[in-house]
Design a protein around this ligand. Structure first.
Ligand code: FAD
Ligand code: SF4
Ligand code: SF4
Length: 474
């Protein structure tokens, strides 16, 4: 193994092998291989063990990256796993799907002129090695507290909170309206980025650790849960697709991104989906246009390629430099044959009952907006038509109307419609009800949901133990 660190001058940056585009676009399997032990040790040894590690500062979980890189370089993988899993509930998932180019790796300050350490791939390698060697164990509880906690939502936010609360000895019940745990990790993110077995493996461990899952359970009245549990966490994510109010936007063949991706993921999991079988949510043989430039849009275009669409176009109103999505995913999509039309916004849908064209407005860049990206305005008179028999809307998500959906009319909301919380205590304005993840932050990332779930669990633990203490004193 490597005992020297700072080897970036002699060892170049390498990512794990990626399947060539021609080979990968015919199936839904993950496209990146895992490092072998030598590659992992060499890549980890490139780290310069910075005194102030910017990689760690820019990881939402503040993962102790320099330490686990050093342990990996030395071949001390069980210890590396102990360090890495101390701050991250699902390191194998973050290693796969964090946008590392914007987080840890994008802020790696290895000497100028050398490329960053491949942190995410090493994190995945450490955790996969830990699974292979049986080092990842179900939670064991030294003392049951007798306190019961309810969590609505089995996405990464709810699961990270459930894990942390169970470790403290609480009885944890997780309710989800879906039939599987994982939230968007199962029904949003495609298999070629995150294979579903990776999430299912965690489901088994969490169940073995004593967490109670209530699946196919759509919570419609939070007060029922409040009566059953000492505290309740709302971790329901954001699911209201943003609409395009354009002429003829209700034609058949214009579909929301999440319906499309959920159907594809369900098919991969072996479920039957009627609207896939009847062609509504299946891109095979179609001219597909995906509207949007974020990660969801990239997932849609790459799914359509794998479903054997005749052609796949991504329509985005800004240019490539101003795209919100991960540069890595755009590159992957381009390699797989997706055509990008920049500075192009939909102006109208055209069809007779069923969409057959999109009228496109040419745009041009102007000044920067609040998000730091350049805004766009239409170029007068510049429009063109594109053939299209499936249009997928990938324009982002907003929160649903939770006070109505959960029968909690007094639940406080932010100006964005997300649940308002106290930033320190994660408490909502309703006694005993907390919130975390996308439903607080707005559509975000798995790693932020994990961070929020863990922090909310700490705050809830303080709350319920104080209640228990008061009851004992009284
Ligand atoms: P969710 O994952 O949305 O989970 C919420 C859960 O709550 C769901 O299981 C839902 O069924 C359940 N629920 C909701 N309401 C109720 C109710 N009333 N009763 C019972 N259950 C309920 N992030 C990344 O980091 N990397 C990526 O590559 C990435 N790709 C993405 C691709 C797509 C297509 C999408 C849509 C998102 C992607 N994200 C990605 C974002 C990431 O998935 C989310 O930020 C993250 O899953 C949010 O976690 P959460 O726990 O807050 O909510
Ligand atoms: Fe990087 Fe994400 Fe892992 Fe943090 S959790 S080290 S940001 S891959
Ligand atoms: Fe190592 Fe880069 Fe982090 Fe510095 S910033 S500790 S070189 S991974």
């Amino acid at each position: 193994m490597q005992n020297d660190m700072l080897t970036f001058t002699k060892n170049g940056q390498h990512y794990p092998e990626v399947k060539p585009a021609e080979a990968r676009k015919h199936d839904f399997n993950e496209i990146y291989a895992n490092f072998d032990p030598v590659q992992a040790a060499v890549q980890a040894s490139r780290c310069s063990q910075c005194g102030i590690p910017f990689c760690q500062i820019h990881c939402p979980l503040q993962n102790n990256i320099p330490d686990w890189l050093k342990l990996t370089a030395e071949g001390r993988l069980e210890e590396a796993y102990a360090v890495s899993s101390a701050t991250n509930t699902f390191p194998e998932i973050c290693g796969r799907i964090c946008p590392q180019d914007r987080l840890c790796e994008g802020n790696c300050v290895i000497e100028k002129g050398f490329q960053s350490v491949t942190i995410g791939s090493v994190e995945k390698y450490i955790t996969e090695t830990a699974f292979a060697n049986g080092w990842v164990k179900p939670i064991t509880v030294a003392r049951e507290t007798g306190i019961s906690i309810g969590i609505i939502g089995a996405g990464p936010g709810g699961l990270a909170a459930a894990d942390a609360l169970r470790r403290r000895g609480h009885e944890v019940h997780v309710y989800d309206r879906y039939d599987r745990i994982g939230g968007l990790m199962i029904y949003g993110i495609p298999n070629f980025k995150l294979e579903k077995e990776v999430v299912a493996r965690r489901h088994q461990l969490l169940t073995e650790g004593g967490i109670h899952f209530h699946l196919n359970y759509d919570v419609k009245d939070i007060n029922e849960l409040r009566e059953r549990h000492s505290a309740v966490l709302i971790a329901t994510g954001v699911y209201q697709s943003r609409e395009i109010q354009l002429p003829d936007y209700s034609l058949a063949g214009i579909i929301p991104a999440l319906s499309y991706l959920t159907a594809s993921n369900r098919i991969g999991l072996g479920d039957r989906v009627r609207d896939y079988e009847n062609g509504v949510l299946n891109a095979e043989g179609k001219d597909v246009i995906v509207i949007g430039g974020g990660d969801t849009a990239m997932d849609c275009v790459r799914t359509a390629v794998r479903q054997n669409a005749s052609s796949v176009i991504c329509l985005y109103r800004r240019d490539q430099a101003n795209m919100p999505g991960s540069a890595r995913e755009v590159k992957n999509a381009m390699e797989e044959g997706v055509k990008f039309l920049w500075l192009s916004a939909p102006k109208a849908f055209v069809g007779n009952g069923y969409v057959n064209q999109i009228l496109v407005q040419q745009m041009r860049l102007t000044t920067h907006d609040n998000s730091g990206r350049q805004s766009v305005v239409p170029v007068e008179g510049e429009t063109f038509a594109l053939k299209c028999d499936m249009a997928i809307k990938a324009l982002g998500f907003d929160a649903e109307d939770l006070p109505t959906l959960l029968n909690a009319p007094s639940l406080g909301l932010s100006k964005y419609g997300t649940v308002a919380i106290d930033q320190q205590s994660f408490a909502t304005n309703v006694e005993g009800i907390f919130a975390a993840g996308d439903i607080v932050r707005g559509a975000s990332l798995v790693v932020w949901a994990i961070k929020d779930g863990r922090d909310a669990a700490n705050a809830m633990h303080k709350y319920v133990t104080a209640l228990q203490h008061q009851a004992m004193v009284a």
